[in-house]
Design a binder for this molecule. Structure first.
Ligand SMILES: Cc1cc2nc3c(=O)[nH]c(=O)nc-3n(C[C@H](O)[C@H](O)[C@H](O)COP(=O)(O)O)c2cc1C
Length: 177
């Protein structure tokens, strides 16, 4: 019998086997079961999810099926992103923009999304602590506002330098609850 976690992780990296995936694997190993075998990691770069279109011409791409999967089965969506140019990756931004589709063409899914939790896991390469603090503040603000607007729950973020070996289990556990 398979065990399932309450979380689904969306890997926003531009490569499926890069540092962000390595971080997610490290986190699930640290948290143990049910995360190791029960938390799906979806590599956004392997899906066909195109930027928001005002005319809804991309309704048949992979976005709606991904949302149906997230909403139906999981209470927490973990957004894992590399920091690219001081913010979330383009894959994450496109994913967020496409949530607009739920306010227009799939309102049923928008309603079902309410109450779902979001957390953010980010990794970066820079060494300037002030810059990282600024980026962290910006990303936390972005998700707080977004979750308020969508009636979702933002439960926080975890930022870590790509070279750090050990992750902080105590800080991470609430973000995967
Ligand atoms: C396009 C691009 C932009 C980046 N911009 C930043 C940045 O602004 N700040 C930073 O600390 N690291 C930056 N990095 C480094 C990445 O955040 C870091 O290498 C990360 O671990 C990459 O994860 P990935 O292998 O999953 O892509 C950038 C990397 C790329 C490819």
């Amino acid at each position: 019998m398979s065990i399932q976690s309450y979380c689904i992780a969306l890997n926003g990296s531009s490569r499926p086997h890069g540092n962000t995936k390595a971080l997610l694997n490290k986190i699930s190993k640290t948290l143990g079961e049910p995360y190791v075998s029960g938390m799906p990691i979806v590599d956004l770069c392997t899906l066909n999810i195109t930027p928001y279109d005002y005319e809804g011409r991309n309704q048949k791409d992979d976005f709606i099926p991904l949302m149906e999967r997230c909403i139906g089965e999981y209470s927490t969506i973990v957004i894992a992103t590399p920091i690219y140019w001081y913010t979330v990756s383009a894959y994450v931004k496109i994913f967020l923009d496409r949530i607009t589709d739920l306010m227009t063409i799939r309102r049923d899914l928008k309603k079902a999304l309410e109450g779902t939790k979001i957390s953010v896991i980010a990794n970066f390469a820079g060494r300037n602590a002030d810059v990282i603090k600024m980026v962290e503040g910006h990303i936390n603000d972005l998700f707080s506002h977004l979750c308020d607007y969508l009636k979702m729950q933002y439960i926080g973020s975890y930022f870590i330098h790509m070279s750090v070996e050990q992750v902080d289990e105590k800080a991470l556990r609430p973000l995967f609850s």
